[in-house]
Design a protein around this ligand. Structure first.
Ligand SMILES: [Cu+2]
Length: 138
């Protein structure tokens, strides 16, 4: 009698387990497809305003890479967390003023040409110390 009950329990566990396994496998590919569609929409349809926050410390920016589409209006807010810094992008003729600790400034420009452009801190030797990043316009 006990063996019968145990057998039934095992069968039920196997069926439920198999169903859950099948369910999780069938959900996963759909989620990936949706994610890809979303990514493509972001890449192709949302040309507009792209906003970024960059933190500055000695001697680095975070993040070090920004990606936008040609034609985007780019708004970069530079927050100086530690030290004295600025941020410049020569090719677009934009720069913050010299920022003291705790100060921040937003620069805005239109990314009207494609390519990879360096943003850097022009204070002292900070650029040479690696205080740079890359803006990619595609
Ligand atoms: Cu600096």
């Amino acid at each position: 009698m006990n063996n019968k009950i145990i057998s039934v329990v095992i069968v039920v566990v196997l069926i439920v387990g198999g169903f859950l396994l099948f369910k999780s496998k069938s959900i996963a590919p759909t989620a990936v497809v949706e994610e890809k569609v979303l990514e493509e929409e972001v890449q192709t349809n949302l040309i507009g305003v792209k906003e970024f926050n960059i933190e500055a410390v000695p001697f680095s920016f975070t993040p070090t890479t920004l990606v936008v589409n040609k034609g985007d209006t780019v708004k970069i807010t530079v927050k100086n967390v530690n030290g004295t810094h600025d941020l410049k992008i020569d090719e677009f003729g934009v720069a913050t003023r010299t920022l003291k600790v705790g100060e921040e400034q937003t620069i805005t420009f239109v990314a009207d040409k494609t390519g990879s452009f360096q943003y850097y801190c022009s204070i002292g030797n900070h650029r040479a110390m690696g205080m740079v990043g890359t803006l990619t316009v595609r």
